[in-house]
Structures are given as structure tokens and as C-alpha cells.
Design a protein around this ligand. Sequence first.
Ligand code: NDP
Length: 475
Amino acid sequence: MAAKSQPNIPKAKSLDGVTNDRTASQGQWGRAWEVDWFSLASVIFLLLFAPFIVYYFIMACDQYSCALTGPVVDIVTGHARLWDIWAKTPPITRKAAQLYTLWVTFQVLLYTSLPDFCHKFLPGYVGGIQEGAVTPAGVVNKYQINGLQAWLLTHLLWFANAHLLSWFSPTIIFDNWIPLLWCANILGYAVSTFAMVKGYFFPTSTRDCKFTGNFFYNYMMGVEFNPRIGKWFDFKLFFNGRPGIVAWTLINLSFAAKQRELHGHVTNAMVLVNVLQAIYVIDFFWNETWYLKTIDICHDHFGWYLGWGDCVWLPYLYTLQGLYLVYHPVQLSTPHAVGVLLLGLVGYYIFRVANHQKDLFRRTDGRCLIWGRKPKVIECSYTSADGQRHHSKLLVSGFWGVARHFNYVGDLMGSLAYCLACGGSHLLPYFYIIYMAILLTHRCLRDEHRCASKYGQDWERYTAAVPYRLLPGVF
Ligand code: NDP
């Protein structure tokens, strides 16, 4: 195993990512070294049930018009057996397999073979070759940032097909939705398994691998920090952004096309979901360089959580509102639609401005203005695994002075807006806000635990200056 055969790597427990020598604590950077029983139980639960949860939601739409309780009621009352439901589920098809292979190959080609040209003509856009954050082992990876270009070309092709070429129907994604689910699962499991094997036998950077004695935890949370093939094919950047997030807007467009085909028109709720989620997706690609500094890239290892999650969980569960609206063509009253739009836009504004403030602050090393003033700063320091001492700064102004993760609040407001666009008659479209609330609260706690270990007393000074995590006065 790579980590064991590396002569200059200390034993796992001492190769921690980072320590703060004021506290002499053993810090956390990335996932844990040791698995407590609760984490292990959660990991096994997710490995067993997450694929089933995705199947349940999609099947409930396909067979029960998105009534989440439908399958359970039918089984409990004896109207259906599990086998009946399974028998009605469309299997994988050759067409879906071909489509999916074509799709992923196309995205791989766009990612690896087309250097970014958008940054050459789009003012303010940062693309091309960019550096990521320093890894626990002190490595700084370079990335080819060309996600916006991939998104634009893919959508250009989609619209060219819809309006000129007619190679395929715009409803193609909806029409093959369940067969494509099986393909996405195959890729999700294949890539996670490959990443695990690669981590053990041919890792990209041995010093950035983490092992626990637990197979399930290693599989789920990943071994390698930044697995790569060749110089540029970075697993985390590729799978996080494409094919899942590029697909997000195409999936919504396909759902809108299906709604028109079935009901003769596209409802304002469908337009709102398409527009609000497209803003989020375009923002993601416009700020892909910023994304290199987020937790996904800076701290998470690449395992099933990211590999399978990006291939299956994201495209299938983040698009539930659009899917729901195909079965329930909700037309909102004008005040309701305006309310949803405002909530979505205000949420997006907070999300973007908060993230931008931190990014600007870190890029300029605090030499910037936040809300028109010189920012308040907490100086902090930490040591990476290679023994190097690093200095950093924590921002205490702007949204980062309101709460320690106010960027998550903006995200949650946007998420709620997508759900509210679907009206109030079913629970299914509200899955997203429930999931995001759990995800971001957990992420908040996870991040704070890590920051406390990383920065020690400096982090305590920050929490004293900004006492609330998400909502001032509440949490
Ligand atoms: P953050 O952007 O909040 O990054 C947290 C990191 O920022 C910390 O680990 C720390 O890193 C640094 N930091 C924390 N406080 C400060 C401060 N006061 N000043 C300067 N730096 C600070 O978290 P995420 O990466 O999780 O989220 C990025 C965005 O992505 C969020 O808006 C979130 O809502 C969104 N998101 C969306 C998801 C989705 O599925 N739709 C999933 C996850 C996130 P360091 O070690 O560098 O100090």
C-alpha cells in the first residue's frame, strides 16, 4: 500500500494535516484519521440507503405522480408488493448507455482538450490555469479552469439541436430518466472504486493520502486528497462540476420541454425553477476559480461521497422540482411567483456577496474594502504536515461579521425558493431544502471543528467576535 511503503511518511496518527502550535493540538484537515462509531454508523447507513433514497424519489414520481407516501401506502394496504414496484421500473437500455457514454465522453473532452478561451474575452472572468489552495502536505496544484466554456458549448449545442439540427428530442433526458439513473450509478460506483484502488496502489501524492483501518470509511470519505490522471485530469474538479452541474440546467430544460409536450405550455413555476437554478449553476462556473478554495476542493478527500454523490445524488435529487412540475404543472399566482423570485434573488445575492467578500479578502490579503470600509481582521497561523508555518487571516467584517457562515443562509434561502415554486400540495419538491439544511448545518459544524483545530486560540478569538454560526440570535 502506497502510504505504508513511503519511507519518509510518519505513522498515520502523526501525519496530521495541520497543527496549531499555540495549542499543540492535533488538527483536522480533510477527513478524520480515526473513525468513531457514530461516523461509521452514518457511513454504513449512507452507503446502504442513499442509492435506495434516490431510487425511491424517482420511482415515486414515475409510478405515483410524485406522491412520496404512495408506494408505502400501497405496500402496507396490500395493493402492491415490492416486486410489483420493481417490475414496473424501467431497466437500463442500450440507448441510455450510449447516451450516457456520449455525454461523459463529451464532458471529458471539453475538460481535458479545450484550454479555456473565455477568460480572453469575458471581462472579469478568471479562467485558464489557476492554482488551488495549499494541501495538507504543502502541495499547490494547478487546475485548468474551463467549466464556463464547457457549460456554454454544451448549452449552445443543446439549443442548436432544439431549434435547428433536431438530432434528438429536447425531452430525451426525461424520456430516459430511469435508464440513465442506472448508468449514472455504474459510473458513480466505478469511479469511487477506482479512486479507492488508486489511493492504495498508485496515488498521485502519497503524502496527501489518508487511511483509517476501516474499509467502509476509506471507501466513502476517500483515501486520496486530489487524485489525478496525468497532469490535468483532476477527479474532484471534474466530477464536482461536470458532468453533474453542467447537466443540471440541461435536465431542467428537458423537464420544461416535457411539460410543454404533455400540457401544451410551460408554467411560470417551471420557468422560475429553470431561471433560479440556472443562475446558481452559471454562478458556479463563472466562479470556478473561487470554487478551488471551497471545502469540497480544499478539505474533502475523493471517495464515494464525492464520486457517487456527483454522478447520482446531485443530478437526480437537485432537479426534483423540475421533475415534479412535469407531473404537476403548477401555475403560480403573480404575488406568489414574485415572492419566490425575490426570495431566490435575495438568497443568491447574500450567497454571492458573502462568498465574494471572503474570496476578495483572502486574495488581497485583507487589502480591500468590505462594505466600503477597511475590513476587521483576526491574524492567525498554523503548520502544515511538512512542518511549514503558514500565516492566514480571518475576516470579521461584512457578512462574515454577521454570522460565521452567513453564505450558507443565502444558499438556504435560494433552496427554499426553488421548493416554494412548486406550491404546497406535495412534500417531494421540499426534499431539497430539508437536505440542504441538514447538509449545511452539518458542514458548518464539521468546518468549525476543523478550523478550531487548525487555528486553535485564533479561532476562539473569532468565535468570540462573531458568536453565531448561521443566524444571529438563533444558532
Ligand atoms: P466556506 O466558503 O464557508 O469556507 C469555509 C472555509 O473558509 C473555512 O474552512 C476556512 O478555511 C475559511 N474561513 C472560515 N471563516 C473565515 C473568515 N471569517 N474569514 C476568512 N476565511 C474564513 O464553505 P464551503 O466551501 O462549504 O461553501 C462555499 C459555498 O458553497 C457556500 O456558499 C455554500 O453554501 C455552497 N455549497 C453548496 C453546496 C450545494 O450542494 N449546493 C454544497 C456545499 C457548499 P481556511 O482553512 O482557508 O481558513
